[in-house]
Every structure is written in C-alpha cells, then in structure tokens.
Design a protein around this ligand. Structure first.
Ligand SMILES: [Ca+2]
Ligand SMILES: [Ca+2]
Length: 367
C-alpha cells in the first residue's frame, strides 16, 4: 500500500477499509475528529497535524513523528506510540489508557488531565512535560526521564517508577500511594503534601527534596538518601527509616535517632519515631502514636550482649514496631506483664507492660 500525502486521500482510503499508511507524509494535515481506529501509521510524518478529538484507539504510531501535533481530547487507548516523537505535542485531556509509549519522546508535551491509566512509559523522555492532574494509575514509568516535569496533583497510585529520574520534578499533592520508587532519583523534587502512604522508596535519592506535610505512613525508606530534605510536618507512623540518611536539621519533629551504642530515648506526648541503630537501647514513647524501629542491626547477626531493645510502653492499638524481614522469622512470648520478641529463636527485645500474642496489629514488616 503506497504512503498517502493528504488528509482527504487518507480518509477516503480508510473509508474503503484500507488500514496501512506507514511512512505517509501528513505534516500539518487537518485530521480533527477523524476516525483512524486501528490504522497503521507507523513512521508516518504527522508533525504539526491537527488530530484533536481524533479516534486513534489501537492505532500503530510506532516511530511516528508527532512533533507539536494537536492531540487534545484524542482517543489513543491501546495505541502503539513506541519511539514516537511527541516533542511539544498537545495531549491535554487525551485518552491514553493502556497505551504503549515505551522510549517515546515527550519532552515539553502537554498531558494536563490526560488519562494514562496502566500506560507503558518505560524509558520514555518526559523532561519538562506537563502532567498536572494526569491519571497515571499503575502506569509503568521505569527508567523514564521526568526531570523538571510537572506532576502536581497527578494520580500515580501503584505506579512503577523504578530507576525513574524525577530530579526537580513537581509532585506537590500527587498521589503516590503504593508507588514503587526503588532507586528513583527525586533530588530537588517538590513532594509537598504528596500522598506516599505505603510507597516503596528503598534506595531512592531524596537529596534536598521538599517533603513538607507529605504522608509517608508505612513507607519503606530503607537506605534512602534524605540528606538536606525538608521533612517538616511529615507523617512517618510505621515507616521504615532503617539505614536512611537524614540531616539533623531535616525539620522532622519527634525523631529520635540513637548511636551504635546503648541509648535511652524518651519521647513526648506527640507521635514519636525511634531508631536505635544497635546497642542496648531503651525507648519510652509516651502518649501519641509512636514508631519503634527494633532490629536495625539486620545484616549482621545480632549479639544478645551488644544489641537489645527494651520498649517501655508499646500499645499495639496506636503504636508500630518496625521490623526488617518477614513475620515468620519472629516470635512473641508472654511472660507476666512483659512480651519477649525473638528473631530466628534469639531474643532481641522486651515489650514491657504489653499484652501481645500475634503480629496482627502494631507491627510493620519490611521484607
Ligand atoms: Ca543505640
Ligand atoms: Ca509519643
């Protein structure tokens, strides 16, 4: 099938059930509202074309040139846009549900309020793109370049952002609950008011990141680098800060980090967070919802004589004990008013004045 070079020719052939238009030259074409569902436009030149409100669902646009194209309101669900050039394209309010955008060029693309639910954007370049209020629910953004991208108010619930570059990205008020940000680079990013409940941020770089009033409840920040990050007003109940790097002036109130020696750390009536860092440590939480990180010596076998934690007032209804590994590696034994916690048969902590028989409430395991 020969390539076409006018919009009329394309639409005429499409009405005759022709679907293959690879390598067509359609730059600047007016295809507004056109129905091109399932058309093969791979490697076509559609730069500066008007495709607003067009139906391109299931279309093949792999390697297509859509530079500065107008795709506002277009339907691109399940379209193949791998390696497509969408530099400066306007995709505001476009429907890209389950679209395949692997390695696409989306630099400065406008994706405001676009639907990218379960879309594949792995290795895509989105630097400077505007994705504010976009729906990226469970989208795959692994190794994507999102530097300076605007993701304010975006929905990234359960998104996969492994190794993504989010340097200086705007993520204020974004929903990143359950998102996987393992090894992501968030240096200088704005995560003010972001929802990071249960997010996986292990080994992520959060240097100088703005996290003011972010919700990190139950988040895994194991080995994360938070040097220079602003943690003022952050919620960290039940979070894992094992081996996380924190500046002393992080702004996170009620954080008690011990030394690799014996510490006695006493909290307040507010929500306190305790990290013992090895040694024979004693934590007193007081009122509020307190988090006690216990076996932060994991990796080396704990020594009964040098590593032991005593929690004076663990209340499973309000407090959390953070443990590395899986629950089946641990056991609880009640003796009088105290509970003894063991790891692989070795006693590692006493929970004084507690009655706890199982791990169903008040324990966070980060395996
Ligand atoms: Ca200690
Ligand atoms: Ca407290």
């Amino acid at each position: 099938m020969p390539a076409v070079n006018t919009a009329q020719n394309l639409l005429s052939l499409y009405s005759q059930k022709v679907r293959t238009f690879s390598n067509s030259i359609l730059n600047g074409a007016n295809l507004r509202n056109a129905n091109l569902s399932s058309a093969n436009l791979s490697s076509a030149n559609l730069s500066n074309a008007n495709l607003s409100n067009a139906n391109l669902s299931n279309a093949n646009l792999a390697n297509a040139n859509l530079y500065a194209a107008n795709l506002t309101g277009a339907v691109l669900s399940r379209a193949n846009l791998s390696n497509a050039n969408l530099y400066n394209a306007n995709l505001n309010s476009a429907n890209l549900y389950d679209a395949y955008l692997n390695s696409a060029n989306l630099i400065y693309a406008k994706l405001n309020s676009a639907n990218l639910t379960v879309a594949n954007l792995a290795n895509a370049t989105l630097s400077g793109a505007n994705l504010s209020s976009a729906n990226l629910y469970a989208a795959n953004l692994s190794s994507a370049n999102l530097t300076y991208a605007n993701l304010a108010n975006a929905n990234l619930y359960d998104a996969y952002l492994y190794d993504a570059n989010l340097k200086a990205a705007h993520l204020n008020s974004a929903n990143l609950s359950g998102a996987n940000l393992y090894y992501a680079n968030l240096t200088g990013a704005d995560l003010t008011d972001a929802n990071l409940i249960g997010a996986y941020l292990a080994n992520a770089t959060l240097r100088s990141t703005g996290l003011t009033y972010a919700n990190l409840t139950g988040a895994n920040l194991r080995y994360a680098d938070l040097t220079g990050a602003n943690l003022k007003g952050v919620k960290v109940l039940g979070a894992n800060l094992f081996n996380a790097k924190l500046s002393s002036n992080s702004g996170l109130d009620n954080l008690y980090i011990g030394k690799p020696k014996n510490d006695t750390l006493i909290g307040t009536s507010k929500d306190d967070f305790f990290v013992g860092q090895g040694g024979r440590d004693t934590f007193t939480g007081g009122a509020g919802k307190d988090t006690f990180t216990i076996n932060d010596f994991v990796g080396a076998k704990p020594s009964l004589f040098t590593d032991y934690t005593t929690v004076k007032d663990f209340k499973p209804v309000d407090d959390f004990i953070v443990l590395q590994g899986k629950s089946d590696q641990y056991s609880l034994t009640q003796r009088g008013t105290d509970v003894f916690l063991s790891h692989s048969g070795q006693e590692i902590a006493t929970l004084q004045n507690s009655h706890v028989s199982n791990f169903s409430q008040g324990f966070s395991f980060f395996g």
